[in-house]
Design a protein around this ligand. Sequence first.
Ligand code: ARG
Ligand code: ZN
Length: 860
Amino acid sequence: DTIYLADYQPPAYLVDDVHLTFHLHPTKTHVISRIAFRKNPDVQDGRFELHGEELTLLWARIDGQDWKPFVTDGILTASAPTEAFIWEAEVEINPSANTALEGLYMSGGMYCTQCEAEGFRRITYYPDRPDVMAKFTVRIESGQPATLSNGQKISGDGPHPVLLSNGNATGAGEGWAEWHDPWPKPAYLFALVAGDLVAHSDTFTTRSGRDVDLNIWVRPGADEAKCAFGMQALKKSMTWDEQVYGREYDLDLFNIVAVDDFNAGAMENKGLNIFNASAVLASSETATDTDFERIEGIIAHEYFHNWTGNRITCRDWFQLCLKEGLTVFRDQQFTSDIRSQAVKRIDDAIVLRAYQFREDNGPLAHPVRPESFVEINNFYTATVYEKGAEVIGMLKLLVGDDAYTKALDLYFTRHDGDAATIENWLQVFTDTTGRDLSQFKKWYAQAGTPRLTVRDEYVDGIYHLHLQQATPATPEQNVKEPLLIPVAIGLLDENGAEVLPTTVLELTEAEQTFTFDGLASKPIPSILRNFSAPVIVTHDKTNTERAFLLAHDTDPFNRWDAGRMLAQDVLMLMVRYDATPDAAFLDGLAAVLRDDTLDPAFRALVLRLPSEEDTAQALFDDGDTPDPTMINRAHETLKLHIAQHLQDTLPRIYADMAVTGPYTPDAEPAGKRALGNAALALISKLDGGKQATLQFANADNMTQQLAALRALLQISKGQDALAAFEAQWQHDRLVMDKWFALQVSLAAPEAAADTAQRLTEHPAFDIKNPNRFRSVFGALKGNTAGFHQSSGTAYALLADWLIKLDKLNPQTTARMTASFETWQRYDTDRQGKMRAALTRIAQTPGLSRDTKEMVTRILG
Ligand code: ARG
Ligand code: ZN
């Protein structure tokens, strides 16, 4: 049951209007639909087909006549009588039993929905495909008292269920509410929420004068104090999209709801965004600086989808990157604009290299626009999202900022209301710039991370830069063609002065030479500035050259990256030859650390070592079989060396970075805390945890508290703090997720699996809550040396739990099978144990389609 992009057929029937009535009941919710269908004039003959899963059909009518449709394998067919007709049906569904968290389900006593990608078919029979767009009118009956979205109560005391759907509220009474969404939308953007909720409210006036009511809905209690930051982020996003993209909001109401049980981060349902509580709720006591920045970015992301996703949606799910790549790119621009450009670019590169490069270089590699899938939920990946965003960044770099703006304006006017394709997207660039983008388009079709090899020489006053590109084979794609790669470079002289400012070279061939004359001596090249393309650069630089760039590069990204490559090199030498760390590296680090002219956030990034996972990949790429235990040892040793080397500087940095006054999550104090806490982690290696114990005791915000706890756990002195933390936070689920995760990710390698196992027996462990499940098992996988203990215990434990989870929640299970995606990197013994774990999952009777597809692809 593989679905192919090449097989796309437009829908035989279109929908103009949908009326839905919900009679809510925890186990027996009834959904009555009334849908006006009409034949698609562009399709000759095609069948009338509706999707439906886990539905009990009570009755169906066509044009008022009782109808007995034929249902098989989730598809309902009926011979449609006329060109246009009214379909009516009533189905029963069971939200309480819905642990898959797709369709209508219950979380913490409230009703909520998740319809992307294909969850709407678990609500009623419908053409559940994004190219069918309709206007929705929704009536919700709860049989209980209600509160209007503006806070007006319809009844007296007692519970006040809030009844929400997309669009504008058109009426409400005791126990019911009606909603109308004037914007045609695909079913995946449908949403419904009902529960005892309270709103944190505000308003926003768009630049053309529309007053918009804004609400963040939470359950009464502690969460009410965690909405203010999200609201500010929403208003900033609305302003930014007006200023930068000229995009205004288009309804009188914008609702956000926080939900505890959610598979993803958040969802952009029209006018009713539903968020994983972890992606919206924050207070200084409970959320770290990193959480605040992440929340700000996700709120922006979902808000930006209103134009890139909702007003212009995708024709089919193969085009997912059309909305996700673009929306990620937009949220990255937003964060970059309101925080630090350099820091954001480095953060994004770290994530891209860690997750997308890993995906692109393993059995799960697929193009930004895949050509086939079994289960679309398995393609909400780093490649579609993050590489999809990189492709847009490259396009912008190639055409220039002004042309990008023109092209986007054309995209919005030409395709407003459309279900569009990547071809449509590229066409607006061709039409506005006249550029032939056929080679560039290969970025969407060709999987794998290109390797860029750099060689240079200086002959007779002319500097030659030889660039070579090659992309390794990926599953089902053996032959790779050259891509159009924008390579931003700069040239420095031996004093660090720029002799060529940032220049974008367009590499189009497998091999190309670029020449530069008028240079007095051989320059030092700075290649792929600002990470101008998602490629791996191989350039045989000496550590002296890297140290030079770490000290002098005028491009902050490459300055950081030089330090990163140095660190990686040092680590690899330590793993391979038990070498002592290179002095050039330690001195370079010290110089950056002491340079008070540099942004503390940037210095913190330079101080952060590559992860053990990164080192494993680097060794593998260099032809070695990585040994996770040795890698862990090298990392620990290097940290100790750094701590000793910087012994005199660290206390001064720690003291300088102290932030006084009330906590704010702004970039500046957050940067100081990041550097201060990087220093604290190193100080703790030498002072036995004295400073960290003090910070833990005095912390008045989660950033400081958690950093202290982490520093203590890293030196195996965190037991008391851990117990105190639990006593303090046991009532707060989001904080407890951190408590679970930290213990597993910082457990000594030989204790990681046992720690995870023990935590599953904790009364607060809940297999049905994806955040909690991930806090234990995501952390287990993240403890590289612990996950890969040669005993194989961690592999087996994860497999056991994924098998259990699959029966409840296929989507989260499938996603987490990717923990095994690097199996081919390791020795035969580990490979055998990982394959055994995967095979055991694969052979589980009744395995979900989601998980089956993933394990099959991983096993190859
Ligand atoms: N569209 C959502 C977002 O990126 C994510 C939905 C995730 N859905 C899924 N089936 N994995 O904002
Ligand atoms: Zn998105």
